[in-house]
Design a protein around this ligand. Sequence first.
Ligand SMILES: O=C(O)CCC(=O)C(=O)O
Length: 283
Amino acid sequence: MDAPTTAHLADVSAFDAAGHIARVRRDGYTIVEGILDASGIAAFRAGVAPYLGRWRGRNPFEGLNTERIYTLVARGKVFEDLAADPRILAVVGAFLKPQFLLSASHAIRIHPGEAAQSLHFDDSFYPFERPRPPLGMSVIGAVDAFTAENGATVVVPGSHVWGPAEVAAVRDGARPKMVAFEMPAGAAAVFVGTLIHGAGANASDAPRLGYTNQYCEPWARTQENWFLGIPRERVRAMSPTLQALLGYGLMPPFMGKVSGSHPIKALAPDWVPPIVRQERDER
Ligand SMILES: O=C(O)CCC(=O)C(=O)O
């Protein structure tokens, strides 16, 4: 198996994880610059190019004038590196339990004329009352620079600690003070799953390309089903860190086991599911 790689990544030793974590606790989000450098941005663009231009969102939430490329993590090395970026994982890991999982990974290209997305919070589908600790963490990264005009994500700072009444007021149309994630290409915002946000309207004359990687507690169901969505041969070639993020690890003592064994065994080239092997051996 490959070791985790730092290709496309800047020097991580100088990364101020504590500062970012403190900002997330206070405001609900932080912005990390330089997650992708110029070569990473070029690799990202080349990696999504084959899939662009053929799809539009199916509802206003996906964005009727927005393209999304799902299961991005499995579409190339640059996307693997983004999902397992050690700086991102350092911030995310301060809020989720060890063995947390990647929950969703997709590119988002918002076309000119797209309306603003409805305000929401990303871990809302877990049925636990707010206020509460986040059950998920989200990253939204800029491949094109994000501006207020081209659809930069807008957030309500501090809304991560809100209770149900304030959240309901926003759903009913209240508009508290919002901030746009205006950030240069290559930067990424990291925020808690309880933070209220949405994609902005794109009033510019160019598309806005970005991506989201979302993580969840190791005991929670992931949004994307990686076991069905990513062939095992492809997972086998990924780093151990990413394999764990995709669910090929155990949450102690044994959550995620495969017929009583560690799920990493399922990546061996000659692996057959134990129930098939055992039935065969009986014959
Ligand atoms: O693309 C963005 O700026 C935000 C998208 C988002 O929040 C979502 O689709 O859940």
